[in-house]
Design a protein around this ligand. Structure first.
Ligand SMILES: O=C(O)CCC(=O)C(=O)O
Length: 266
């Protein structure tokens, strides 16, 4: 069933980036993975969630700082226009981006445990979301992201863990908080399409048996209805006025709405 943003807490786009844009972005991912930074800046961090050496998922934070083709994908107007239309937002700013490269492998190596993104974002208040852009076809055998429809209405559940591949344990931990009922839907996407999920939507992903890597960018965005919590001081929100780090996607950065002090993290 096609998910509905308000009912299910996630949505699936049509193809937004054409094949040439996807190919350019994939080349950018490959460059950043091998440490070639065409924009002369390093990513915030390079990490590999637990798993056997050489088989783990690769997670690189803020790759758009490093590569023009990744920056172009993050700021692609079709992605922003779709996300604004789905959420009914006037403005959208990317404040964090993750490159996610899931190689073929079993759960122990490449699974992402069930979690809500809000668990990792204690410094935000309001509407903060994730657009997950597929940079290759994501079929059922690739370890697609699986969402729990309706879980955005559970509120913040202080359980779950992105960084453990133990899907059963993270599900038990979330369910033990009284959340439910549990239902799962895999998000299958053609290359160039995206999903969008709410900060409280529970999600995770399992093994990749496709024989090829699953490639994506997770683009964390805020709408004009999100503000950093008073006194919050975190790397991700410190430089919200720096367009290299946190580009406004919609409307363009010179729009009067974006220049309002209330939209600035300062
Ligand atoms: O790529 C995955 O499998 C998980 C991604 C995720 O947790 C996210 O985009 O918030």
């Amino acid at each position: 069933m096609q998910p509905d943003w308000h009912r299910d807490g996630f949505a699936i786009s049509p193809v937004l980036l054409d094949a040439a844009s996807v190919a350019r972005t994939v080349a950018g991912l490959e460059r950043v993975i091998r440490g070639e930074y065409r924009l002369g800046r390093e990513p915030k961090s390079r990490s590999q969630p637990p798993g056997p050496p050489g088989q783990r998922m690769i997670k690189i934070d803020m790759p758009h700082l490093c590569d023009p083709d990744i920056l172009a994908a993050v700021t692609h107007p079709a992605l922003a226009a779709w996300a604004c239309a789905i959420t009914g937002s006037d403005a959208l700013q990317a404040w964090a981006v993750q490159l996610l490269w899931k190689p073929p492998g079993p759960d122990e190596a490449v699974a992402v445990g069930w979690h809500q993104d809000s668990l990792y974002w204690p410094y935000w208040e309001g509407e903060v979301l994730t657009a997950w852009l597929a940079l290759g076809d994501v079929g059922a055998d690739c370890g697609p992201v699986r969402m729990v429809p309706g879980s955005h209405r559970w509120g913040a559940v202080p359980a779950g863990d992105f960084f453990t591949g133990d899907l059963a344990a993270t599900r038990r931990a979330i369910e033990s908080r009284g959340a439910g009922p549990w239902r799962e839907q895999a998000v299958l996407l053609p290359a160039g399409a995206a999903s969008l999920h709410h900060r409280h939507t529970v999600h995770g992903s399992g093994s990749n048996s496709s024989g090829r890597p699953r490639l994506s960018l997770a683009i964390h965005v805020r709408t004009q209805a999100a503000m950093p919590k008073p006194g919050a001081d975190d790397w991700f929100i410190r430089d919200l006025d720096d367009p290299a780090k946190a580009p406004w996607l919609h409307p363009p950065a010179d729009h009067p709405l974006v220049r309002q002090p209330s939209c600035s993290g300062a």
